[in-house]
Design a protein around this ligand. Sequence first.
Ligand code: UDP
Ligand code: MG
Length: 317
Amino acid sequence: MRDSISVVISAYNESESVNELYKELTKVMKELPLKTYELIFVDDGSSDDTYEKCQKLQKKDSHVKIVHLRRNFGHEIAMTAGMDYAKGDAVVFMDADLQHPPHYIKDMVKYWQEGDDIVLTKRVENQATSKFYDFCAASFYKILNFLSDTKIPAKTPDFRLVDRSYVDFLKKFNEQDRLFRGLLSWAMPREKVKIIDFVAPDRFAGVSKYNYRKSLALAFNSIVQFSTRPLRMSIYLGLITAFISGCLGLYVIIEHFILRHPTPGYATIMTTVIFLGSIQLIVLGIIGEYIGKIHMEVKKRPLYIAEYKDNETKDKK
Ligand code: UDP
Ligand code: MG
């Protein structure tokens, strides 16, 4: 059956946008050919009054459900928590800042009801980011897709519809450190995916929670999660430097015994030692990243701690 939708909205300090988003979303949802829908606001441990605003909405509209995370767990976990509580035949994921305009949900639902299992969006323009940021993002996807076997399409943000069959499948992944779009690419049936172009406007209010530092951390994480190729490349790097130092050694021997004018040692030794030391540190760092991930994953901690609220169940864990 394809007649009920859960919209999962991750919100972290989005107090100023929540009401406007609710208004626009409700208007769209009411026009859709659906039996029922639910709007799941996931409050990702906001420190402003996002949660209180959601509670007010929930009191007046039973379509509104709240997943209240006890602290800030990050966007990826917030989406996971919302998905875990969703009951619809499909789940639409979106941000709370109106950068994912609700009216595109009409097309998503149309394609889904026509038989597509996953409807992605492709951002043809982002009015909120600088040219430099767009360049960094594009370079990151090139590097990621070069390193990884799981290809993740660029410019496909976390605004998408996923059919229940794939939602149930995605729920089986319980890795701590997750990148939703990567997991989806891993599982995706290419032939039943539709992509809609969209223009992302600037935020309705507030500021982005992803600064350059957080985006870079996400980029590194994504590479480590979806590829072990950097480990293999460390071996190649070791082989290349071994070759270079072999050539250097040969040159020194030739200079000493054949050309008979020995190279002054100090500068050469220092440069070589620093060069090899840096390579070793880089390689150790790469290995460390992977060991760190293993360390976090083997603990098998719960992904989040949440309270769920809807009109029937006032307080359920
Ligand atoms: N978000 C979240 N938890 C976080 C950071 C962000 O739930 O720790 C939400 C945020 O409220 C927004 C969405 O994730 O609805 C995307 O974040 P943001 O708009 O800051 O990212 P950008 O669009 O600038 O990449
Ligand atoms: Mg945003």
